[in-house]
Design a protein around this ligand. Sequence first.
Ligand SMILES: [Zn+2]
Ligand SMILES: [Zn+2]
Length: 348
Amino acid sequence: MKALVFHGPGESSWDEVPDPALRDAGDVVVRVDAVTICGTDLHILKGNVPEVAPGTVLGHEAVGEVVETGADVRTVRPGDRVLVSCITACGRCRFCREARYGQCLGGGGWVLGHLIDGTQAEYVRVPYADMSVHPLSSAVSNQDAVLLADIFPTAYEVGVLNGRVRPGDTVLVVGAGPIGLAAITSAQLFSPGRIIAVDLSPARLEAARRFGADAVANGAEDPARLVSDLTDGTGADVAIEAVGVPESFELCTRTVRAGGHVANIGVHGKPAVLHLEDLWIKDVTITTGLVDTSSTPMLLGMLATGRLPTSSLVTHTFGLDRMEEAYGVFSAAAESGALKVVLERAGA
Ligand SMILES: [Zn+2]
Ligand SMILES: [Zn+2]
């Protein structure tokens, strides 16, 4: 089969590799019908995720059809259409037993396209299938569903739930890329009073408005002032960090109100300053996290009933064999305007 293989920092290619096969009785093999590229894949290509060994197939988000199941698999069978989640879960370790699947100690967690071969391929082996793939209703399209493999549960769990968004809140979302836009969308499930979005790109700020931001600020033009003006000087109830650089995290801690929540989603490669000299007196809660995908069944239900608008995040679609071109468009987001790119199998 063909797959996008990581060959070390800065190097990847769409190569012929052996088809994946079942290795454990809990595995399934899925034929990939739709797959996306994540900002995390770009981090891997930059060499920021050294655990990824050269030779690994990248990708951790997909929709496809089960083609083979191990003897112990109970919840899906060949022919079933499923969402392959970015998180797999053994279901038995102490963290899985508290639904903290992202931290799985039994060989799950974020493993696809990280520690084992991933989804940017014609076929993918998924371990612990009963806990790690989600059967899909025919009411949801591939392009909508694939956004629930990672970005929607991440934005919802690590941003909105960790940030404890409540009715009437002023929610600041720093970063209006796919994750930030999904945070803006899913924060609205809790009827916030106002959503303020910050980004450096005018196109992304425009997208933020389309997704429901009430006010937007360019990161280069004193967004803290806008937050202060809109909240009579008190600050945001919830500040969601969706970039992963020191400046955006520090903006969140500077603009959150006393007693408020800072929810970090961004993947940080460098230290950020924690200004305890200002924060010690403010009763502020700061959370970090990797997604657990425990909300995925609920989000899939809302998608099926039309309560979760997702598809407008997809700006570019490609055939699966145009993977390298899709990487080019996604990594040049400032010029291409790409939010999410989706690659689909011919005939899917
Ligand atoms: Zn991802
Ligand atoms: Zn586990």
